[in-house]
Ligand binder design. Structure first.
Ligand SMILES: [Zn+2]
Length: 265
């Protein structure tokens, strides 16, 4: 089985029907965005990451597993970056409806699980909402909304604590990872911007993300589009990050495919 045969839309309708009827049949839908990522990274950064990690994970899973992928969803929900040219954002209602419509049809084919594999931090909450709503409508199919960078414990050893906390966008991690995946797409600027440079900081006890977040807009924090420090970005770190992400998601997808989730209702 080549990696190409993991592409759902490369299957004939008869093979697609067969695929969906497998016990534990699973479909991964990679989610990215078309949004500014500083002056040095492409608009498709999140899409490129979701695509690469999903492809690498699928190549590492045993051929016998009933798991396929959809094409990338390359437009997402990115209103926080809309003041920067190049950002193309869908409305929240449209993205929600898209997940519902595609998901309902996929469940109708007989798929047992749909994984929303998302690499854009600004649509985590929306995809979680969409997943819940879809599960209620199609209870026979599990819907798993996950975020590329979340829960990957080995990142703590690779990214300095400060950057992990405040490097929210197009910073050290994303710049280094893009060097490893598509170095030719990385420009030469290395901005450092974010909370330290912003005119107004979140009130005491509130934060940009986390426990008491404040739904920031990129223009609150940055002129270049970068929220974080890109200065130390390098290829070696990018390779380590890519490996950490692949290892983590291979492990999680292996566990998923060995499980009986979702319970039969
Ligand atoms: Zn990004």
């Amino acid at each position: 089985m080549t990696s190409c045969s993991r592409n759902f839309d490369s299957l004939s309708w008869t093979k697609a029907s067969e695929a969906a009827s497998n016990q534990g049949s699973t479909l991964i839908w990679p989610f990215g965005a078309c949004e500014q990522h500083g002056p040095h990274l492409p608009l498709a950064t999140d899409t490129i990451f979701a695509d690469r990690i999903v492809s690498e994970v699928l190549q590492r899973l045993p051929n016998s597993l009933p798991i396929w992928r959809l094409s990338n969803q390359a437009l997402g929900f990115s209103p926080e970056h809309s003041s920067f040219p190049g950002t193309i954002s869908l409305s929240s209602s449209l993205l929600l409806q898209l997940v519902m419509e595609v998901g309902t049809q996929v469940a109708g084919f007989g798929f047992r699980r749909l994984v929303l594999f998302n690499a854009h931090g600004g649509q985590i909450g929306l995809l979680e909402t969409a997943a819940r709503q879809l599960r209620i409508q199609s209870p026979s199919m599990a819907v798993l909304p996950c975020f590329l960078w979340r829960g990957v414990s080995s990142l703590n050893e690779l990214i300095p604590k400060h950057e992990k906390e405040y490097g929210l966008h197009a910073g050290l991690a994303e710049t280094s990872l893009m060097m490893a995946i598509s170095e030719e797409l990385v420009g030469f600027e290395r901005p450092s911007e974010g909370i330290e440079n912003s005119i107004e900081k979140p009130p005491e006890g509130w934060s940009l993300e986390g426990a008491a977040p404040c739904a920031w807009l990129a223009k609150d924090l940055t002129k270049t589009g970068v929220i974080g420090d890109t200065k130390q970005s390098n290829l070696d770190l990018g390779k380590l990050l890519e490996k950490a992400l692949i290892d983590h998601w291979v492990s999680l997808f292996t566990n998923l495919m060995e499980s009986n989730w979702p319970p039969v209702c």
